[in-house]
Each structure stands twice: as C-alpha cells, then as structure tokens.
Design a protein around this ligand. Structure first.
Ligand code: NAD
Ligand code: UPG
Length: 329
C-alpha cells in the first residue's frame, strides 16, 4: 500500500512526506512544482510532476502504487490573491479537489486527508474556536476550502470513502533536523518575514495594526509547528486505516500570541534588534483566532513536541540561515 501526497513538494506536504517515510510508508508525491521544490522530497519517496486534477494520471498512480489513501495538500494559498482572482482559486482549490476525489473514488481509494484552514471560520468574535462553530469564511480562499470540505462530506455519504479534514491554524517553524523548511519566495507569513528581517534580508518588519481589541493592540494567532502538524496527518491516517469515522479537526495548540509577542520572540531568539514599523491594519485580518484544540487530542493519537514559540522561531531562523547559505553558494 502507498499514500498519494498531492502538494508533497510544498512547505507542509514535504514535512508530512518525511514523517510518512520515517513511519515506513511507501509514498508517491504528485506535485506540479508551481510553488514546491523537487529537492524538498526525500529520495525514499517517488516524485511525479503533474496536476492533481489530471484524472488519468491520478488513476494510473493509484493502480501502479496500490494507493489506499490520499493526503491532499495541493492548493493556492494566498488570501489577498484569492480576492483578485476568485475564479482561479475556486478552480485550483475546489474544482481540482473535485476531480481528484472523483478519480480516487473511481479507483477505489477509501481514505482522504484534506488540508483545510482556520480561514473557514472567518471573523470570529469569541475564542477559542471549536469545530462546532458555524463556518463563515470572509475570503474566496476560505470559501474555496469550505466548499471542498462540503464536497468531501457529501462524497463520503454516497461512496465508500472516509476522510479527515484538518483545519490548520498558523503553521510555522521547520524540520528540527534542518532538512526542509518554508522556501516559498515572497512569503507573507509573519514568523518567516520576521526571521528574514532579523537576518537583514528585508529592511523592516511591518506590524499591520496596533489598534485591535487585543491586549497589546496587535492581532493574535495560534502558531502550530509544521512537524507536529505533519504528525497529526500520520495519526489521521492511522485513524482511517483502523476503520475510524470521518472527522473535522482543528490543528493548533490552543494558545494565542500577538504579533508584537512574535516580534519580541524573534528578537530574543536571534539576539538581533531588527527594525519594526507600526503600520495600518492589513485588509481581511481577523483580530484574534485561537483554536479549541481539545478534539484532536481526544480523538487522534497525537501529542505535540514543539509547543513552544521560541523553539518554533529558532527552527524558522535556522532554516532562513540555511536558505541564505544555499543561495550564496
Ligand atoms: N501555510 C499555512 O499557514 C496554511 C494554513 C492553513 C492551510 N494551509 C493549507 O495547507 C496546504 C499546503 O500549504 P503550504 O503552506 O504547504 O503551501 P505550498 O505552496 O508550499 O504547497 C502547495 C504545494 O502544492 C503544489 N500544487 C499546487 N497546485 C497543484 C496542482 N494543481 N497539482 C499538483 N500540485 C500542486 C505546489 O507546487 C506546492 O508544492 C494548502 O492546501 C493550504 O491551503 C496552509
Ligand atoms: O509582515 C507581516 C506579516 C503578518 N503580519 C500579521 O501577522 C498576523 C498573521 O499573518 P500571516 O502570517 O500572514 O497569517 P494569517 O493571515 O493569519 O494566515 C495564515 O493562517 C491562516 C489560518 O489561520 C491560513 O488560512 C493562511 O493560509 C495563512 O497564511 C496577521 O495579523 C498579519 O497582519 C504582520 O503584522 N506583518
């Protein structure tokens, strides 16, 4: 049996591939390398360059590698881009997910793990947020993911298919052994941008908004370390293979850190007092979003190992240093 990982050359998918390989799984990565990197895929996994919506290709991979489970990471992920290109996002995230699931169902795949997002909750007014809260996404990106969630749920009723939907909160950090990390060019993620600023690769870190109704006025987020998140997928796979039912689970630690607290952590860990500019709010940012993370701990055999902001920041910094060395070489 093998696991088909779409988007397995990307930031989060590549960390799951490492965890799967470590667990002795056979892994086939299907990635079009639009934002991913071939070198992020370990030698032990098969990398096929192609589109997750290419049904003929997906069917042939399922047959050739005896795939019993699909982990679907492939997507477009930039929220503001989704506002200017909603149809592109619905195609990439919803239309292509439909094609992939259909190919999987036809070929007899019974397990799907789907990368969803805290963005499905929208502008929450109370924290922490549990999975029972009615989703109300405010961006085409969030809506494109929510429609995919619904599609999976409907397909699970009609077909012999079970799924785990994982709603990631803010993903950060890197492989603790330094093999992989977030390589996305022009990334907008706070911890990555702050580390790049500390290392002098960006002139200044802008803090978007200091007048939010939060303790220090900046936004609050729940940061989950990427290898912990990857292991949640491995636990979800074990749940499905053991005959477990469909689940929708938040992936966070249940702890909020403000943007200014993250800045302080990056300064503390790096020892560098990099420049920060207090700027106006960024459109579309909810003031605070923190996971109620009790369900995943109750229902999956999953224990986080890196639930510590300074550890996450030190991994992200180490990865940025490595990327800088690679590009200088
Ligand atoms: N990064 C976050 O903080 C975050 C938060 C919530 C949810 N997510 C979700 O996690 C998943 C992975 O995100 P990431 O941060 O690793 O992004 P990423 O851009 O690093 O990875 C996406 C991967 O999918 C590939 N891809 C895109 N479209 C494809 C297609 N049609 N066919 C084949 N491959 C394709 C890309 O080349 C890339 O390797 C996405 O579904 C995203 O929506 C990410
Ligand atoms: O240079 C920066 C970058 C970010 N921020 C702030 O930091 C917070 C976090 O921003 P970011 O790291 O861009 O993450 P989010 O906008 O919270 O979105 C992430 O987390 C969501 C789930 O919570 C996912 O859906 C998205 O794909 C993922 O990018 C926000 O308040 C931003 O305004 C800054 O102040 N300065």
């Amino acid at each position: 049996m093998s696991v088909l990982v779409t988007g397995g050359a990307g930031y989060i998918g590549s960390h799951m591939v490492l965890e799967l390989v470590k667990a002795g799984e056979r892994v086939v990565v299907l990635d079009d390398l639009s934002t991913g990197f071939a070198q992020a895929v370990p030698r032990e996994a098969v990398l096929v360059r192609g589109d997750a919506a290419d049904q003929a290709l997906v069917s042939s991979l399922i047959d050739e590698y005896d795939v019993d489970a699909i982990a679907h990471f492939a997507a477009k992920i930039v929220v503001p881009e989704s506002v200017v290109d909603p149809l592109g996002y619905y195609l990439a995230n919803t239309g292509k997910t439909r094609s992939l699931i259909e190919a999987g169902v036809r070929a007899g795949v019974r397990h799907v793990i789907f990368s969803s997002t805290a963005a499905v909750y929208g502008d929450v007014t109370a924290n922490p947020v549990s999975e029972d809260m009615a989703p109300a996404p405010v961006s085409p990106y969030g809506r494109s993911k929510l429609v995919s969630e619904w599609m999976l749920a409907d397909a699970a009723v009609a077909h012999d298919l079970r799924h785990v939907i994982l709603r990631y909160f803010n993903v950060a950090g890197a492989d603790p052994e330094g093999r992989i990390g977030q390589s996305t060019p022009r990334a907008t993620h706070l911890i990555k941008v702050a580390c790049q600023t500390a290392l002098g690769q960006r002139p200044v870190l802008e803090v978007f908004g200091t007048d939010y109704p939060t303790p220090d006025g900046s936004c609050v987020r729940d940061f989950i370390q990427v290898s912990d998140l990857a292991r949640a997928h491995v636990a979800a796979l074990a749940h499905l293979r053991a005959g477990g039912g469909c689940l929708t689970l938040n992936c966070g630690y249940g702890k909020g850190f403000s943007v200014l607290e993250v800045v302080a952590a990056v300064r503390r860990v790096s020892g560098i007092d990099f420049p920060v500019k207090l700027s106006p709010r960024r459109a579309g940012d909810p003031a605070a979003i923190v996971a109620d993370a009790s369900r995943i701990r109750a229902l999956l055999d999953w224990q986080p190992c890196y639930d510590d902001l300074d550890v996450i920041v030190s991994q992200a910094l180490a990865w940025e240093r490595r990327l800088a060395q690679q590009s200088a070489a």
